[in-house]
Write a protein that binds this ligand. Structure first.
Ligand SMILES: CC(C)(COP(=O)(O)OP(=O)(O)OC[C@H]1O[C@@H](n2cnc3c(N)ncnc32)[C@H](O)[C@@H]1OP(=O)(O)O)[C@@H](O)C(=O)NCCC(=O)NCCS
Length: 146
């Protein structure tokens, strides 16, 4: 991370981290669907610890669940101090990406094959986040039309 990524105290902007999370999530979703994708939502962005200028930052994305046309992508962010090799887990993000066809309409994505215990846990947790998001949307809609 360079000077332009940070504020005057040397802390990397949250928006910079979010933009990079969005980019890697998009790439993971493209690789899974082999389609172009758009970001439909960011369910969560956690800032656990600050990232400082001159740290080497790694973004690791995985498709956690695939539904009809949408996918949840989880992104883990780690910051490394290059001089001592100390690595810190700084952020976690969950984004929903939607695959689009040539006409820009949502299109079906391949199912996800969760094999390992970690993959199955990530899929279960993604299902919970989707259920909660849809339940919240329904509750807010009911409240507005009451
Ligand atoms: C995302 C988008 C394509 C959805 O279009 P839509 O007409 O609502 O399409 P649908 O109702 O068929 O929904 C398509 C999928 O998107 C999901 N979706 C729609 N809005 C969502 C939201 N706010 N959060 C999470 N998922 C959402 C639906 O659940 C559905 O998933 P599923 O097929 O797996 O069940 C459309 O809202 C859009 O183009 N938004 C702008 C995207 C954008 O500009 N992003 C930033 C630049 S990449």
């Amino acid at each position: 991370m360079g000077l332009v990524d940070a504020n005057s105290a040397g802390y990397v902007h949250g928006g910079t981290v979010m933009k990079l999370c969005d980019e890697v999530a998009g790439l993971a979703a493209i690789k899974h669907s082999r389609c172009r994708v758009v970001t439909a939502g960011m369910d969560r962005m956690t800032f656990l610890e600050p990232i400082h200028v001159a740290e080497l930052v790694t973004f690791t994305a995985s498709v956690n669940a695939a539904w009809r046309t949408s996918m949840e992508v989880g992104v883990r962010v780690d910051a490394e101090q290059p001089r001592d090799g100390l690595v810190r887990h700084t952020n976690t993000a969950y984004l929903t990406m939607v695959a689009l066809d040539e006409d820009g309409r949502p299109t079906e994505v391949p199912p996800l094959e969760a094999v390992s215990e970690d993959e199955r846990r990530r899929e279960r947790e993604a299902q919970t986040r989707r259920r909660n998001r849809l339940a919240e949307r329904d509750e807010l809609q009911r409240d507005r039309s009451a």
